[in-house]
Design a protein around this ligand. Structure first.
Ligand SMILES: COc1ccc(C(=O)Nc2ccccc2)cc1NC(=O)CCSCc1cnc2[nH]ccc2c1
Length: 273
């Protein structure tokens, strides 16, 4: 309710629960807002560390952007407050946890689950692009799963290594499109590339351009060295979709709204999302 957003929150409004994770700027805790019994994730950032890294403006800008985003597949930022030493972000709690852990556990997803996730992400990105917000950094580490199994772009803040516990740690190049790897300025079509990389990883369990050395990943990306393994068996419709997203010329990538009409998505994605 809009009245609630005007409220000045304080720590005493919350019962603090178990830690959900920790990162460069602070810790995240499960918490319950006392009056409503609403369960949230409370992210605690240390002002000293924010100042040291000169990210206060970035945080202010992000809080501003996030407070206007309302989409079932984008993790909500309900509000924030601060005290002497810390800034607190009141975030939506995704009850089924981190997607990359689920992917590690299953190795790879069924075509139905992969298509359902890709369709949800496409709808969330269409929504963001409509609000001129791009590059939602959609690698598996930044995706959470809600109570009904729905995907949430959790956008962990540009340099917050909160949950990037994957072997290819924070600096993974895997998701960057050619124009970003060649540090050319980028537009919303970067998200189409990243979604294509994600779709491949959902189906095969590894990103398409993975290599031992960064330099090899870099070369495979700029050459779009796309190969489909013979195992697991993946439909040609899925490969066709991925091939239309992982295109070097960003203007030739399949637009997101066309993705939602692609036969593989229409055939396999759960309409519920
Ligand atoms: C909208 O979201 C965010 C908005 C802003 C920031 C942020 O830190 N911005 C920043 C910080 C410093 C400098 C500049 C910018 C982070 C998030 N989001 C998360 O951090 C997601 C994981 S915390 C929540 C959460 C929920 N549900 C879960 N279920 C299991 C674990 C878990 C974990």
């Amino acid at each position: 309710a809009s009245a609630g957003e005007k409220k000045r929150w304080t720590l005493s409004d919350f019962d603090i629960g178990k830690p959900l994770g920790r990162g460069k700027f602070g810790h995240v805790y499960l918490a319950r807002e006392k009056r409503s019994n609403h369960i949230v994730a409370l992210k605690v950032l240390f002002k000293s560390q924010l100042q040291q890294s000169q990210v206060e403006h970035q945080l202010r800008r992000e809080v501003e952007i996030q407070s206007h985003l309302r989409h079932p597949n984008i993790l909500r930022l309900y509000g924030y407050f601060y005290d002497q030493k810390r800034v607190y972000l009141i975030l939506e709690y995704a009850a089924k946890g981190e997607l990359y852990k689920e992917l590690q556990k299953c190795k790879y997803f069924s075509e139905r689950r992969a298509a359902t996730y890709v369709a949800s992400l496409a709808r969330a990105l269409i929504y963001c692009h409509g609000k001129h917000v791009i590059h939602r950094d959609i690698k598996p580490e930044n995706l959470l799963i809600g109570a009904q199994g729905e995907l949430k772009i959790a956008d962990f803040g540009w340099s917050v290594h909160t949950f990037n516990r994957r072997r290819t740690m924070c600096g993974t190049l895997d998701y960057l499109p050619p124009e970003m790897v060649e540090s050319v300025e980028h537009d919303a079509s970067v998200d189409i590339w990243s979604l294509g990389v994600l779709c491949y990883e959902f189906l095969y369990g590894v990103p398409p351009f993975e290599a031992q050395e960064h330099s090899d990943t870099y070369r495979r990306i700029v050459q779009v060295d796309l190969k489909f393994p013979t195992k697991p068996i993946v439909s040609s419709a899925a490969k066709d979709l991925i091939s239309q997203m992982l295109v070097k010329d960003s203007s030739q990538r399949l637009p997101l709204h066309k993705l939602l009409e692609h036969p593989w998505i229409v055939l396999h994605a759960d309409p519920s999302g």
